[in-house]
Design a protein around this ligand. Sequence first.
Ligand code: ADE
Length: 228
Amino acid sequence: MEIHVITLFPEMFESPFRTGMIGRAIEQGLIVLKTHPLREFGLGNYRQVDDAPYGGGSGMVMRPEPIADAIDTVNAQCPGLWRVLMTPQGEVFDQAIAREFVGHAPGLMIIAGRYEGIDERVRALVDQEISIGDYVLSGGELPAMVVIEAVGRLIPGVLGNPESLDEESFAAGLLEYPQYTRPDEFRGMRVPDILLGGDHGKIREWRAAESRRRTARRRPDLLERRRP
Ligand code: ADE
C-alpha cells in the first residue's frame, strides 16, 4: 500500500516510522511511505504557503494553490490515491474508517494542514476530511501519523501475529477484556481463577462477558452504535 503525505514538516515523519511495526513494514516493502514537502510548492521567492484571511481576523490561512499543486504532482506520480485532509472539522476517525482505508488501492494521499486554517476551497480537492478527535492540535502531522499507524497495522502481513487481528475483529466494537500475565498474585491482587484453569471454552465465555460488561460500564455509546 502506498501512503503519500503532503506536509510542511516532512522530518516529523522520520523517527516515528523508522522503528516498530510500521518501520518493519516499510523495510519489507509492504508499505511505501513518501512525504512531499509542501514548501516546495510555495509561491514566489519566499515559497509562501499562507496569507492573511479575507475579512480580517487573527492568524494566517493556508493558500489553496500550493496544496493543489502538491496534490496534482502526487496524483501524477501515483494516480488513484484516496485523498484525505486532516482537520478538526472532519469525520471522527475510528477502527471502521481505518478498515475502509486499507481497502483503498493503491493507497492514501494525506494532506496535513498547519497554522490556524486552510482556505475553504481546498475541501473541493479531497475525497474525505478526517479528525482524530474533538480537540485542536497545531497541525495535521500527528493526526496523519495516527491514521498511518492504525491503517498500517491492518495491512495483511504487517502484524507479526494475524490472530490478534482476528480477535480484534471478533470483538469489533467492544473494549478488550482484562489481560493478565505472571505472577498469579501481585500486591494482593489475584489473577481470576478461570484463567489459571485450562478450560478454553470457559475462558472464551468469561472474556466475552467481561468485554461486554466493561464496554457497558465505560463506553455505553459503543454498545449503542454496534451493528447486531
Ligand atoms: N488538525 C488539528 N487538529 C486536528 C484533529 N483533531 N484531527 C485532525 N487534524 C487536526
